[in-house]
Write a protein that binds this ligand. Structure first.
Ligand code: ADP
Length: 506
């Protein structure tokens, strides 16, 4: 070897040393074919903690964690680098002080000038920080996922670049679907949105993405089985790439129950308003009659033959009686609502009670030109009852039958014993009740089609009281009708006392 050659080689070696020393962020070291360390740069010292004097000559295996050593990973990687020309290595390594570092590196063959394999070179980067951060991120994602699963919250994630939508299990279940891992499209979601809401939601989503705003809306969803439920959707753009929205995420909540409650509240509120209007109307009529009659009496002193005193007084008595009944009904309903109605129960003969009640009501029915037929058992029928309340039931049913039957119409009242029950029926051939109203008419303030029944007056309280009183007696009440102009049948079933119980009560 001549002088120049030797000089060049010296220069090269020096240069390489400088490069190796400068690459402080990389651990670069070489081994011989027995995996003994033959060179060690400053980066390796910083990263792995061994000064070169200490590590040179040692097996590179000391840098591997015990488990990898036991599994022969150092040998395997060296072998792979020799045979394939390269081995990638990304795994935990051991520092001198026993702590661990996550290194990512490559191992390549080291050749001499003649191309002869003399060892291996390993270049490694320290990725411990990243690895730990990844682990933490994964852990926090796992915790978040567990929390979401625990709250049964339905979540969605929309990749705006690929247009793929991912739902969690709860989201699938919310829409009545089997969970699946494949990505969906925004259209898959929109098919579950009611057609009336589709366009609005599409626009809202686009607008939210464009303005990076918040998507917060309620809509009607169509389930897999065709049923409809109310949902609340919430979401926003959570990731941007190069200033472009890349991902939108959010949650979905079934708010059907809340919506129903709101609707019920709204209806109740509306009904209350209607009721107040009705009440004012109901009070005004008798009061107008009373004040007019009073005025005439004042002016005429009861001497005018067109308004004789006796007639005026009886008219006023009738109107006052109506007002008193109205107020009594209102007080009863309010007591029912507060659970304050108490029955005064005593053993009583229902047949006798009905005889008295029908005789008292008959003139009121007949004066309206309705034909009234009563059919009662010949034998007494005893039950534990409150005579005042049961009379009220009969009066209300008969008063309705009269109100909702035309002149010349028929009304039948009957009582029969069947097993442990007494069945009281009030039947008429009047205007009838539409099938879809049969349950509702027992609700407080409920009236069928105001325009049809309004002319008859009333506050929609009568049947509420009937139902409540019958149920307080342990019975039940039902309404039937063939429909418009087919008349109505009201049946009250009441438990009777068997004869023995009755005897023992005496
Ligand atoms: P009100 O008679 O004061 O309106 P009710 O609670 O007694 O209140 O009755 C509620 C509604 O049920 C009535 O407004 C009427 O529409 C309907 N209804 C009750 N009884 C009859 C009947 N015999 N025939 C037809 N409709 C009836």
């Amino acid at each position: 070897m001549n002088q120049t050659n030797q000089e060049t080689q010296r220069q090269d070696a020096l240069q390489q040393r400088f490069i190796l020393e400068a690459a402080k962020d990389y651990a670069i070291f070489t081994t011989d074919l027995e995996r003994r360390i033959t060179s060690w740069n400053a980066g390796a010292e910083v990263m792995l903690g061994y000064p070169d004097v200490e590590i040179l000559g040692q097996l590179a295996d000391v840098l591997y964690v015990a488990e990898d050593r036991q599994q022969g990973v150092p040998q395997y990687e060296a072998q792979q680098a020799q045979t394939e020309g390269r081995a990638e290595n990304e795994r935990w390594h051991c520092r001198k002080d026993g702590s661990q570092l996550y290194g990512s590196g490559v191992i390549t063959p080291l050749l001499d000038e003649s191309g002869q394999l003399i060892g291996l070179v390993k270049i490694m980067r320290d990725l411990t920080g990243q690895k730990l951060a990844e682990g933490k991120l994964r852990e926090s994602e796992r915790r978040l996922r567990l929390a979401i699963e625990a709250t049964e919250l339905a979540t969605w994630d929309w990749n705006l670049l690929t247009n793929e939508v991912y739902w969690n299990e709860q989201h699938f279940r919310l829409f009545g679907l089997q969970p699946c891992l494949n990505p969906l499209t925004p259209d898959d979601f929109l098919t579950h949105v009611h057609p009336d809401d589709r366009e609005r939601l599409t626009n809202l989503l686009q607008q939210t993405i464009a303005t990076r705003g918040v998507y917060d809306t309620e809509f009607c969803a169509v389930m897999e089985d065709g049923s409809q439920r109310w949902m609340s959707g919430y979401g926003r753009v959570v990731e941007e790439v190069d200033g472009q929205p890349a991902r939108m995420s959010g949650v979905m909540l079934d708010i059907t129950e809340r919506r129903r409650a709101e609707e019920a509240l709204h209806q109740a509120d509306q009904r209350k308003d209607e009721f107040l209007a009705l009440l004012a109307h109901e009070l005004r009529n008798p009061m107008a009659t009373l004040s007019n009659t009073l005025l005439i009496l004042e002016l005429t002193g009861g001497q005018d033959e067109r308004m004789p005193l006796a007639g005026a007084l009886s008219m006023m008595r009738r109107e006052v009686a109506q007002l008193v009944r109205l107020v009594d009904d209102l007080l009863d309903v309010s007591r029912i609502n507060q659970g304050k109605i108490v029955l005064r129960l005593e053993p009583l003969d229902l047949v006798e009670l009905l005889e008295k009640a029908t005789e008292a009501t008959r003139p009121l029915i007949e004066v309206e030109h309705r034909d009234f037929t009563v059919k009662l058992p010949t034998q007494a029928l005893f039950l534990q009852g409150d005579a005042v309340r049961l009379t009220q039931v009969v009066r209300n049913l008969l008063s309705n039958a009269t109100k909702f039957t035309r002149e010349g119409g028929h009304i039948w009242l009957s009582l029969e014993a069947k097993g442990e029950e007494a069945i009281l029926q009030v039947v008429d051939d009047g205007i009838g009740i539409p099938a879809d109203q049969l349950e509702r008419i027992f609700e407080v303030f409920a009236q069928v089609d105001a325009s049809r029944t309004r002319s008859q007056g009333g506050l929609g309280l009568g049947l509420t009281l009937v139902k409540e009183f019958i149920e307080l007696h342990g019975g039940r009440v039902e309404a039937r009708s063939g429909g418009a102009d087919r008349g109505s049948v009201f049946s009250a079933h009441l438990p009777v006392l068997n004869s023995k119980a009755h005897e023992s009560n005496h």
